[in-house]
Design a protein around this ligand. Structure first.
Ligand code: 3H9
Length: 708
């Protein structure tokens, strides 16, 4: 939890309504308390308790006002997402419960700490007032689950908050800190002292005022605020790129449009209809799957959850290139001091300047203030001497991807680092065990593979070597959470999970253009599928020359080789698969088209037209096959880890759930048949699961086999 505050509530006379809810009435105020760990989600029992509690409070002659609060780490964090596919039909529905809360004739107050999210905030909006701890956050993050706020949030928020702010809150799903929420009108007061005492006092005060409380549905402050007639059209246009492919943001825009144009009940009907469409769709299924998949990644079958991590308070980074600087920033951002070490003065100065200018750009965009910038820079020290790594708890090597160099660096770190320090490599392909072998402490060596830009991409591949100690793995997983990364555990192999998964996609793309489609058609199909960039545009960005081309041995036998020989190395030469103008805008290259046609003619393969769907299948099927191999070889723990790695590390469109989810969705027998039809051999695991009528997600080896 972001703020770590816990509400411990055990007032006298608390009476359990059921296992997760309790009721008390003291000094004229009824208290309804939810205590349903971990996050007080609105499961069946919570709904039952809320219904009973509010009904009782309404009829309790001793109660003149009502407070709703939660025990533990947070206020209600939303509907119980686990119930979406297994609804508790015996329990009252959320809407019915909220109707009862909203109809309470006595002033009702939601006392918010932690995070009031989704259905949690919607419940609070059915109270007459909302008070919160200053550290609380409120939000409607349903969009991240491919949904819209479906319990009145789209209709109630715009009644008290300005339409554009309401729209942004729902369409981006970002929680709002308490102070801002108060300024927006979502909260009525911040309570500096004990939240519960303050909320009870606030409620009693409202009861004593005597005026009838007003329901949010009947309020009009938000609606009364002027908003320009073009708001919705402009919002759609301005965010078209961010929302591309996703169905939920458009549904949210429509629901908020309904809120500002229709009477409340009609707006609610519109919300219900749009919510119903979203929850029945594949996008939401995929995104809900990813929500749990991300949390599943931290579960390592042979590693007890209580394995104590090693303390990490000071970090060393070796190498101040793009990766090293990005990694350093990741730790600085999370409040950890970093010593950044380089061999050459000039390279170190470049790294330092890159970090500063990156922070300055963030400041200029308003993401951080000058004080934060300075604090982060103050936490950074630079050095040309590896001896300055002697005191750190974790060293991350981020030098050039070359085994001899990495081994040399590790031998030096081994001689310098204190006993018990964790030695990590950021290698993206190389054999971690061979790197660990040059040290006298292989159990302390681990792979921490960041994705570029390291301070932005959420994925951290944690590579477990044959001898890596369990507490070192536990430390890496705990560290990932501190630096706000999603950790996915991999065993050692060439490319680990994410890079190894992307290689077959590139190979398939290069093979496909010999059968008819042009590179830009392939790219367009992949963009349609949801990638920001197609594989050929990606090659141009990375540089064709750096992907294994050598002028000395070039044999003109592939299109890439010929392009390299002609100096078409990609964006940096303003020519690759595409031609580029001065602003690096790409246009299909007639020269490349001619070259591809020549190769097509000599390939002997019958040319045929491909639909976008067929192109996508041709590129994704080998990726799925590779994923199954990763499971078969024990490199990845589970199919969902692979999906998380690609969504968080390679911009795989989240609304597809990732390649493994996609494959299970299509059905493995179909995947196997399609692979065979394109001349690929499905791996043994894929064939077995298909013939057993099973799915990739059902494959659980239970324990990662050691590839020692
Ligand atoms: C909704 O409300 C729809 C309504 O509009 C309409 C209805 C009609 N349900 O993230 P953590 C579990 S949609 C079930 O590691 P943190 C989570 O799986 C919902 N389970 O903790 C994990 O379990 P485990 C809108 C949930 O401290 C454990 O709690 N709300 C739910 O880093 C701890 O989670 C959201 O989308 C849930 N709603 O972060 C909020 N939430 O230990 C989703 C969590 O077995 N939740 N769990 O792995 C979050 O954003 C974060 O969990 C939160 C805590 C910020 C609350």
């Amino acid at each position: 939890m972001a703020n770590g505050e816990r509400l411990e509530v055990r007032p006298d006379g608390l009476e359990q309504l059921n296992q997760v809810t309790a009721y008390a009435c003291r000094d004229e105020v009824a208290l309804i308390l939810i205590d349903s760990p971990p996050v007080n989600a609105l499961g069946g029992d919570v709904r039952r308790g809320l219904l009973e509690g509010f009904t009782r409070a309404a009829n309790d002659p001793a109660a003149r006002a009502v407070v709703l609060a939660c025990a533990g780490r947070t206020f209600i964090a939303g509907a119980d997402i686990r119930e979406f596919d297994h609804p508790d039909l015996d329990a009252p529905g959320l809407h019915a419960v909220l109707d009862v809360i909203e109809a309470c004739p006595k002033p009702t107050v939601a006392a918010i700490h932690g995070t009031a999210l989704g259905g949690g905030l919607e419940t609070a909006l059915c109270c007459h007032y909302r008070v919160a701890s200053p550290s609380a956050q409120v939000g409607l993050p349903e969009v991240a689950l491919g949904l819209l706020p479906g319990a009145g949030g789209t209709q109630r928020v715009p009644r008290i908050v300005e339409a554009e702010a309401a729209l942004a809150m729902m369409a981006f799903g970002k929680p709002v800190p308490a102070a801002r929420a108060e300024a927006m009108g979502l909260l009525d007061a911040l309570i500096e002292e004990n939240l519960l005492d303050g909320a009870i006092r606030f409620a009693r005060g409202k009861a004593h005022e005597g005026s009838a409380p007003v329901r949010v549905r009947d309020r009009t402050e938000g609606l009364a605020l002027p908003h320009d007639a073009q708001l919705f059209a402009r919002f759609r246009r301005d965010n078209a790129r961010a929302f591309k492919g996703y169905t939920a943001p458009e549904a949210i825009v429509r629901a908020v449009e309904a809120a500002v144009t229709l009477p409340f009940e009609q707006g609610m009907q519109r919300e219900a209809q749009l919510y119903g469409e979203l929850i029945a769709g594949r996008q939401s299924a995929a995104m809900r799957y990813l929500f749990f998949a991300e949390r599943q990644c931290t579960r390592i079958p042979d590693l007890p959850r209580d394995t104590p991590p090693r303390p990490i308070a000071h970090v060393g980074v070796v190498g101040a290139g793009t990766m090293g600087s990005g990694i350093a920033m990741t730790f600085l951002d999370a409040g950890l001091p970093v010593v950044l070490v380089e061999r050459e003065e000039e390279a170190l100065a470049r790294g330092l300047a890159a970090i500063r200018s990156n922070y300055e750009a963030s400041r200029d965009k308003g993401r951080i203030d000058q004080a934060t910038l300075e604090q982060r820079m103050d936490r950074l020290t630079t050095s040309l001497d590896m001896a300055d790594l002697a005191e750190v708890d974790l060293v991350i090597e981020a030098v050039f991807e070359n085994m001899a160099l990495k081994q040399e660096v590790f031998a030096k770190i081994d001689a310098i680092a204190r006993p018990g320090a964790i030695l990590a490599s950021n290698t993206s392909f190389l054999d971690l065990d061979a790197i660990a072998a040059v040290t006298a402490r292989a159990p302390d060596v681990i792979g921490l593979h960041f994705f570029s830009p390291a301070n932005v991409m959420r994925l951290l591949e944690v590579v477990r070597g044959a001898k890596t100690g369990p507490d070192v793995v536990a430390s890496a997983m705990a560290l990932a959470r501190r630096i706000r990364k999603v950790a996915v555990l991999a065993r050692v192999c060439d490319g680990f999970i994410a890079n190894r998964m992307m290689t077959p996609r590139m190979d398939a793309a290069r093979a496909l253009i010999l059968e008819g489609p042009m590179p830009w058609e392939v790219d367009a199909a992949m963009r349609d599928y949801g990638f920001a960039m197609g594989p050929f545009a990606m090659l141009d960005l990375v540089g064709l020359d750096v992907i294994g081309w050598d002028a000395a041995t070039s044999s003109s036998s592939t299109i890439t080789e010929v392009l390299c020989e002609r100096g078409r190395w990609g964006q940096k030469r303003r020519a690759g698969f595409y031609d580029y103008d001065d602003k690096r805008r790409a246009t299909p290259s007639p020269q490349v088209e001619t070259l591809v046609r020549e190769f097509q003619q000599t390939s002997g393969i019958a040319m045929q037209p491909f639909s976008h769907e067929e192109i996508v299948e041709r590129l994704l099927l080998p990726v799925v096959n590779e994923g199954a191999r990763l499971l078969e070889e024990g490199i990845a723990l589970r199919a969902s880890d692979i999906d998380v790695a690609l969504v968080t590390g390679y911009g795989w469109p989240a609304y597809t759930g990732g390649p493994m989810f996609w494959a299970d969705d299509h059905g493995l027998p179909r995947i196997v048949a399609a692979l065979e039809a394109m001349g690929e051999t499905p791996c043994a695991l894929l064939s077995r699961l298909a013939s057993e009528g099973s799915a990739l997600h059902e494959f659980a080896p239970g324990k990662i086999p050691s590839n020692a």
